[in-house]
Design a protein around this ligand. Structure first.
Ligand code: PA5
Length: 450
C-alpha cells in the first residue's frame, strides 16, 4: 500500500471508464520494458532501482557533510539548473517553514538554502553577493555535464567571491561538487582544487536525479531526513514495479487517465495545489513531464497554479476559457499545524459563519467547491491524494511522478529520457555571445535580429 491515491471519479462525462482501463495491457508491457531496460532511452533507467541501491555509507557521508556545513555556514548556496536544481528545491520548500528566511537560529536549525545558476540575471547575482559579504556560507555546485552555461557562470563568480572572502584553501573546504564521475570541466576543476565530490550516475538523467546526491545533499543540509525520503520512494517502488492493474498501481492510473484525456482533446494539464509550499513540487513536475513528453510535435503541456491565490487570476480562464484543459489536484488531507478563524462580536466582515473552523476546513471547502465548479465548466479533474507532507510521503510522491512519467511517455510514443530540443537556444546564445567556432551562425543570427 502507498499513501498516494488517485481519484478519477471527476472524469465521468469526459472520458469513459473503459477508455482509461483500455491502457492497462499497454501499461503492463511498458512496465516490463522499463524494468527489463528494452525500450527507448534504456541507458537512462538507473533511477528506477535507486531507492533500493542507495547505500548506508553514501547516506552517512551526505549526513556528515550536512552536519559540517551546518556548523560553519549560515547560508548554503546550491548552484544548478533544471534537473540539477529543481528536485532539491521542491523537497526543501515542501518541508521547510513557510517563512524560513525570517527565522534565525536556534529556531532554524539548518543553514538557509539559497539558489544560484538557475538564471543569468545580473541583479539576482549582485544581490546574492551583497548578502554573502555579510554571512558565512558554503556552496555546492551541481552539473551532470559539468559544462552548463548558467551554473558555470554563477560558480565562476561565487568561487571568486568565496576565495577572496576565505582564502583559496578554506574556500576549497566549503565547496562540494556534484558531477560526472570522470569527465567534464567541473570534474577537472574539482580534482585540481581538491573539492569533495559526489557522482551523478551515468544512467540517471537530470530530471530523474532527485534521489541521487543531486537532491539528497541539499535536502540533508536543509535539515531534513533523507533516510525517510528514500524509504518512502522505496515503498512506492515496491508497488509501482510489481502491481499490474490500474486499481492497484497509482502510476498506471495516472498515466492512463492523463493519456485518455489527451486523446479526448485535452492537451493541457494544470497541476493544482492548495499549499504555497508545494509550488516547487509543481515546478519540478513541470520540468519532469514537459521535458520528458514534449517532443515530436506531441505531448501534454504541463502548467501549474497555486489555489486559492490563482483563483483570483487564472481561475477565470480555467472556468471559461478555451476548453483544452484538464486539472490534476494534489490534495493534502491533513495540515501539520492548526489555526482557527476567531469569533468576532461585531461580525463586520460577515464571517462568523466560519468562526471556530480551522483554516484547513475552509481551504478544503474551497478545494471541493472549485473542483465542482471547474468540472461544471467542462474541465475534467484528476485528484491525487496525499495524507500529509512529510519526508516519507514526499519520497513516495517523487517516485510516483517519475515512474508515471516514464509510463506516460511510452504511452505517448516518445522517449521520456532525452531532451534534444533544449540545445537550440544554447547554440543561438553561444553564437550571439561570439563563442569561437560559431562565427557563421553569429553572422546569420545577427542579420535576422537587425
Ligand atoms: O533534466 C535534464 O537533463 C536537464 O534539465 C539538466 O538537468 C539541466 O540542463 C542541467 O544540466 P547539467 O546537470 O548537465 O548542468
Amino acid at each position: 500500500m502507498t499513501d498516494v491515491k488517485i481519484d478519477v471519479t471527476k472524469l465521468e462525462g469526459f472520458v469513459k471508464r473503459e477508455a482509461i482501463y483500455a491502457y492497462e495491457q499497454q501499461l503492463v508491457l511498458h512496465q516490463g520494458v522499463l524494468l527489463n531496460k528494452t525500450g527507448a532511452g534504456s541507458d537512462f533507467l538507473g533511477w528506477i532501482s535507486l531507492p533500493d541501491e542507495i547505500t548506508d555509507s553514501l547516506l552517512a557521508s551526505i549526513e556528515a557533510d550536512a552536519c559540517e556545513i551546518a556548523a560553519k555556514a549560515d547560508i548554503y548556496v546550491v548552484i544548478g539548473i533544471g534537473g540539477s536544481y529543481l528536485g532539491a528545491r521542491a523537497v526543501i520548500e515542501a518541508l521547510q517553514h513557510n517563512f524560513s528566511p525570517l527565522l534565525s537560529k536556534p529556531e532554524r536549525k539548518a543553514p538557509l538554502v539559497v539558489y544560484a545558476g538557475n538564471n543569468i540575471s545580473e541583479d539576482y547575482l549582485a544581490d546574492l553577493l551583497q548578502v554573502l559579504d555579510k554571512y558565512d556560507y558554503a556552496m555546492t555546485v551541481i552539473s551532470k555535464s559539468g559544462t552548463t552555461t548558467e551554473p558555470a557562470i554563477a560558480f565562476r563568480i561565487l568561487r571568486r567571491h568565496m576565495e577572496q572572502k576565505y582564502g583559496r584553501a578554506e574556500a576549497g573546504k566549503r565547496i562540494i561538487a556534484i558531477t560526472d564521475k570522470s569527465k567534464g570541466a567541473l570534474k577537472e576543476l574539482a580534482v585540481a582544487e581538491g573539492y569533495k565530490t559526489y557522482v551523478v550516475p551515468d544512467d540517471v538523467g537530470g530530471r530523474y536525479s532527485v534521489l541521487t546526491p543531486v537532491g539528497l545533499l541539499p535536502i540533508a543540509v536543509a535539515g531534513f531526513d533523507i533516510r525517510s525520503l528514500v524509504d518512502g520512494a522505496r515503498r512506492m517502488k515496491a508497488v509501482l514495479t510489481v502491481k499490474k492493474t490500474l486499481d492497484e498501481n497509482p502510476a498506471f492510473m495516472y498515466a492512463a487517465a492523463r493519456n485518455a484525456l489527451y486523446a479526448s482533446g485535452k492537451p493541457v494539464e494544470i497541476m493544482v495545489n492548495y499549499q504555497p509550499s508545494l509550488l516547487y513540487i509543481t515546478e519540478w513536475w513541470k520540468q519532469l513531464y514537459g521535458e520528458s513528453e514534449g517532443k515530436q510535435n506531441r505531448g501534454i503541456f504541463p502548467a501549474g497554479v497555486s489555489f486559492t491565490t490563482d483563483l483570483h487570476s487564472m481561475g477565470q480562464y480555467i472556468q471559461e476559457g478555451l476548453r483544452v484543459i484538464f486539472e490534476t489536484v494534489l490534495s493534502i488531507e491533513n495540515p501539520a499545524k492548526t489555526v482557527k478563524v476567531p469569533e468576532s462580536a461585531e461580525d463586520s466582515d460577515g464571517l462568523n459563519f466560519v468562526a471556530g473552523k480551522t483554516l484547513h476546513e475552509v481551504n478544503r471547502q474551497a478545494e471541493l467547491g472549485t473542483l465542482l465548479a471547474h468540472v461544471d465548466g467542462n474541465v475534467p479533474n484528476i485528484v491525487i491524494r496525499l495524507p500529509r507532507i512529510t519526508e516519507d510521503t514526499i519520497g513516495q510522491l517523487l517516485y510516483f511522478y517519475m515512474f508515471a512519467c516514464a509510463l506516460s511517455g511510452y504511452l505517448l510514443g516518445v522517449n521520456p529520457f532525452d531532451q534534444p530540443g533544449v540545445e537550440a537556444y544554447k547554440k543561438n546564445m553561444f553564437a550571439l555571445l561570439g563563442k569561437p567556432g560559431f562565427e557563421k551562425m553569429t553572422e546569420e543570427l545577427k542579420k535576422r535580429l537587425d
